[in-house]
Design a protein around this ligand. Structure first.
Ligand code: PEP
Ligand code: MN
Length: 689
């Protein structure tokens, strides 16, 4: 009755299949040959300095293929789809070849070790295998309980890399990893995007309705919420890792207790998959970052991404200002994420990913610009991008970076390693200079702004000696209207036999006195290893005169997000002081203020000679706030009030003085400590003038 569907004479199916097989085999040969040519192209590009991506050429190529395809009866969509895949493969291949040449594998004895969080079959393990699949050395993979443990293995050089999940397209950011990146010294050297296919897994074939409990990681549970919504009476058991959840249900051996994890996790544990692809979104991806102890060189032709952490001020619009830097430099942002700062409620740090490498002039320029509008900056790394934009046949968009700014440094001078986050320059203190930033820097400390409208008064004892002593000082300081309480706990004494300070016990007392009297606190750090723990507890870090050129210490305070008071060295010139400040600024921390505290001269009537002339000179040269410490300059209390007057008159934006309830009993610097009544009178005068 019905007409035949195909009027052409029937041909033998097996012959047709043979012909298809033959064509497929030849297509593969063509693809393999195409790859060889692509590799030759990359060698040529490498020689002539052209980038891996040539959007114009890709666009033309696709347009030409679409035309050719039309002539052969192939529709444009099909041709685009197939060739996008082929072009993407070419890009991957070229990136790999260039990177291999730029950063040869550093494996020892033909083995390299990668740490991850989770058990066998964890998504991190799958990502590691895929990411390192082209490396020729033997890959040793090991799972650890936590992200922090995996990172520590790399920090302590037992592993070469750690791979850490950072965001998922369905459930969002993995905050623990963001917080970890902020606190480690590791560099991001790579990224990987893994398609995540969640499966429901059990020990035996079981009807889904009979499942009473499901164990998995909360992220996986979130990503499968639609599927789980149908299982009304099923209990959800949050587990710290998908693969470990599978090991857990295997141990229970209860077929009604299932887990959500990868098919690989089911396979590694010999368990049964009850249902595949149960995530809400069919396209469910997790992005991983690969971290190493040191940054790895990046071939300039490889499309790169850079990640950084920054803190902006609390001023309205400060985040916008920072974001405009990326726009103005033509750098596409791919991620902006905020995280709270531990110990500082309602303040935020921002994680930014953008396209470009640290060796690009535009990126260097942006980092310099950011130092003007942020108070803290930490570059986490530049690394080859894994999400190459697909080629497009139409839309002639050619991304063009602005030409390098005149100040930008040639690429070969740029350190791609750990900070300095910005370029070097000839003057040696460019970031500190008014040329770099014309407006005065202001530094928020608690409710007070250093360098703002009100002058700053910092006061307290030379050293914290006892709870009683620091508490009474704190009360007097607060009542006098001073904004910051000082107290040394690590004392840099000229003689090793002098009182060395109470150390961390003294810090506890200072923190408590500050808290009880609602006063921000400042204390000096002497050792690089004390910087982080002390920064976590105080409002301002002090670098003392004797350490002004302790460069290790300066770099360390440059890497924390805490204001720093940098005192001028005993024998340091103004320019050396600015260069010391530059160490801190160039390592990311923009919250630096300077303190003139007297320099050594032949004069013996005073402990040091207060260099008053340095104040207007500094105010002119630098945007950083400048304060004066007359106590250490004079070494005698009678000279403190007149020197405070002189300092204020000549433009100091603040004063730091030492006080003591009983100066004659002070364990250090008694002769220069003000008695309370004199201090109270001085504070009154200081705020009135
Ligand atoms: C101090 O302020 O505690 C101190 C030791 O000062 P300086 O580093 O200026 O000697
Ligand atoms: Mn002192």
């Amino acid at each position: 009755m019905s007409a035949p569907l195909d009027p052409t004479p029937q041909r033998d199916v097996s012959k047709l299949r043979a012909e298809l097989d033959e064509l497929d085999a030849r297509s593969l040969e063509f693809l393999a040959r195409r790859r060889e040519l692509v590799r030759e192209v990359v060698r040529a590009k490498s020689a002539d300095g052209k980038g891996v991506r040539d959007p114009l050429r890709e666009e033309e190529l696709l347009e030409r293929l679409i035309e050719l395809g039309r002539e052969q009866g192939l529709d444009a969509h099909f041709v685009t789809k197939v060739f996008r895949e082929i072009i993407a493969d070419s890009v991957r291949l070229q990136v790999e070849d260039l990177q291999r040449a730029a950063a040869p594998d550093g494996a020892t004895n033909g083995v390299f070790r990668v740490a991850y969080q989770g058990g066998a079959g964890a998504y991190s393990e799958l990502a590691a295998k895929a990411h390192f699949s082209t490396r020729t050395e033997r890959l040793v993979l090991q799972g650890f309980q936590s992200f922090a443990e995996a990172a520590r293995e790399v920090e302590e050089a037992r592993f070469d890399y750690a791979i850490l999940p950072i965001e998922n397209t369905t459930s969002g950011s993995i905050n623990d990893v963001y917080d970890l990146l902020r606190s480690t010294s590791l560099s991001i050297v790579g990224e990987h995007r893994l398609k995540v296919e969640h499966c429901l897994i059990s020990t035996k074939e079981t009807p889904i309705e009979q499942i009473t409990c499901i164990s998995s990681h909360p992220q996986a549970i979130l990503q499968c919420s639609d599927f789980l919504a149908h299982l009304v009476d099923t209990e959800i058991d949050a587990y710290h890792d998908t693969a470990l959840a599978v090991e857990h249900i295997k141990g229970l051996d209860d077929p009604t207790h299932a887990a959500i994890a990868s098919a690989a996790a089911a396979r590694s544990n010999d368990l049964v998959i009850l249902s595949r692809d149960i995530a809400n979104e069919a396209e469910n991806y997790t992005r991983f970052v690969v971290v190493a102890q040191e940054p790895e060189p990046l071939d300039p032709l490889v499309p790169a991404r850079t990640s950084l952490v920054m803190s902006t001020g609390q001023k309205a619009g400060s985040l916008v200002e920072a974001l405009l830097v990326f726009r103005d430099r033509g750098l596409a942002l791919s991620k902006l994420e905020n995280r709270p700062i531990p110990g500082r409620p309602f303040e935020e740090q921002f994680y930014v990913d953008f396209e470009g490498a640290l060796s690009d002039a535009a990126v260097l320029g942006a980092l310099e610009d950011l130092t003007r509008v942020t108070r803290y900056l930490k570059v986490l790394g530049s690394y080859p991008r894994c999400d190459h934009e697909p080629s497009r046949p139409s839309a002639r968009v050619v991304s063009k970076l602005p030409s390098p700014t005149p100040e930008a440094v040639p690429a070969e001078e740029v350190e791609t390693s750990t900070p300095p986050v910005v370029s070097k320059n000839s003057s040696g203190w460019r970031l500190a200079s008014r040329e770099h930033k014309a407006n005065d820097t202001t530094i928020q400390v608690g409710d007070h702004v250093i360098g703002g409208d009100a002058p700053t008064l910092i006061a307290g004892p030379c050293a914290v000696e006892s709870a009683e002593q620091i508490n009474i000082c704190a009360r007097i300081v607060k009542e006098a209207g001073a904004q910051i309480l000082r107290g040394g706990v690590f004392k840099p004494r000229t003689s090793p036999y002098s009182f060395q300070g109470l150390g961390y016990e003294g810090l506890d007392l200072l923190v408590e006195a500050g808290r009880d009297h609602d006063l921000p606190i400042i204390t000096e750090v002497l050792a690089p290893e004390d910087v982080e723990p002390v920064a976590a507890r105080v409002d301002v870090l002090q670098i003392g005169a004797r350490n002004m050129q302790n460069f290790t210490l300066l770099k360390k305070v440059g890497a924390v997000d805490r204001p720093v008071m940098l005192k001028r060295g005993l024998m340091a010139s103004i320019e050396e002081l600015l260069q010391a400040a530059e160490y801190i600024l160039s390592h990311g921390n923009q919250q630096v203020f300077l303190c003139e505290r007297g320099i050594r001269t032949f004069e013996t009537a005073t402990r040091n000679t207060l260099d008053l002339g340095a104040i207007p000179i500094l105010r002119n040269l630098t945007h950083l706030p400048v304060i004066v410490d007359p106590s250490h300059a004079a070494g005698r209390r009678d000279l403190v009030p007149p020197l405070v007057r002189a300092a204020s008159a000549i433009g100091a934006q603040g004063i730091m003085v030492e006080i003591h309830p009983k100066p004659e009993e002070a364990l250090s610097d008694g002769p220069q400590a003000l008695r309370f009544p004199v201090f109270q009178e001085l504070a009154r005068e200081f705020f009135q003038s």
